[in-house]
Design a protein around this ligand. Sequence first.
Ligand SMILES: Cc1ncc(COP(=O)(O)O)c(C=O)c1O
Length: 464
Amino acid sequence: MQARSARRNGFELEVEVEFDLIKTDHTAPTMQSTPGDDDSFARIWQHGVIQFHWKPTTMKAAQFRQRFAFPRHGEDGEKIYFCGNSLGLMPDAARRRVELEMERWADLAVDGHFRGDPAWLGYHRQLEDVLMRLTGAAPGETVAMGALTVNLHLLMTSFYRPDGTRRKILIEKGAFPSDRYAVASQLRLHGLDPATDLVELEPGDDGLIEDARIAETIATRADELALVLWPGVQYATGQRFDMEMICRAARDNGVPLGLDLAHAIGNVPLRLHDWGADFAAWCSYKYLNAGPGAVAGMFVHERHADFTGPRLAGWWGHDEETRFLMGPDFEPIRGAEGWQVSGAPILNLAALAGALDVYREADIDSLQDSDTDLAARIADTVHALPGEPLEIVTPLERTRRGCQLSLRVRAGRDSGRAAFDRLQADGVVGDWREPDIIRVAPNPLYNSIQDVDRFGEILTRSLR
Ligand SMILES: Cc1ncc(COP(=O)(O)O)c(C=O)c1O
């Protein structure tokens, strides 16, 4: 064992390297360097197990900006990219990782499944340590796989088990359409009717839903509920929910609970294991920056590790030791990996691996610091606009939001849309949600204070 320390991009890094170990132990989460980032790390990566001990210093906004590709604006400018809540920017490491696997495919062909480090067979496991940090999970509780809505279906097939009067599903009114379609179709699969068995909790006049009301609804309607599916951060309003409180209410009342973390993972700290959620699912193309259609992920709490209930099984969820014996009976891998269905999409996972390399260094808790709170700076600009043309829908308390702000244009749809078009023409990438909302999400990994200040000037102009 040898210890080294190094500095990279302002981070203190200690590395312990075991040189002689030829076979990587895929049962334990291992961390790996980004191939090509640094020769010595890349060389070590080829030959042994490395333990990285990142000691992230307090993160600053735009700390990782140089590692992302920014869309161009005009002759030599860059767009002000505030659309990471829809599709995150491309990290250079994602491209490199994909190229590396293309080369390995060319060199090794089918042998790539079993040779190389990591071999494709256990490729997804190199991501477990980062997913654990991002979600606050214990070993075995997370897996990178599938796509968000598909994963929700897989999980609801197992955890939504209507029984007698306990048969309804609770979601928020105004849920992301795919979630609503998914729960409505799950109800129908059980012969139930969404008109009576889907409970949608209405937001208040401000468009938000008080956490205490959610907990109270779970408690008072527990006898009717067979599942709660709730977002970590609401996609339209940017409201972050008190996931701990909601999970506790579900646990206390014996109602299974799943979280949709599409807008939460990589945006706000999560403690899924401690909170006790039954399951969670997320996509990786937003704050995880893994590219369009990226491999998603899921969490299944440890208490369900030996789950014997119904599931939609496939050979990739079968015990790896015996998978290739091609037996007729399904023996699931313990934990979240048992929900895998099809062979892992390696090229797509490679992009995710490159994207998650950034999160090996970024301290997710620092994303909450005032130094990285670019949204607060935007809120100040909005409040200073003459005539208050915008209403900030997102709650501004730090614990009730991530980095997204949803701005309602008071003048209504037509002039709002015109202002949004002017923003776009001037190089701002945000998005428009009908009828009158502009969403902006400055991601502190790559957005800077300068981005925010330039945005402030352009916004002021475009609302005149
Ligand atoms: C909250 C939420 N749920 C579900 C989805 C659908 O995701 P996918 O198309 O990856 O299944 C999205 C996509 O943006 C989302 O934001």
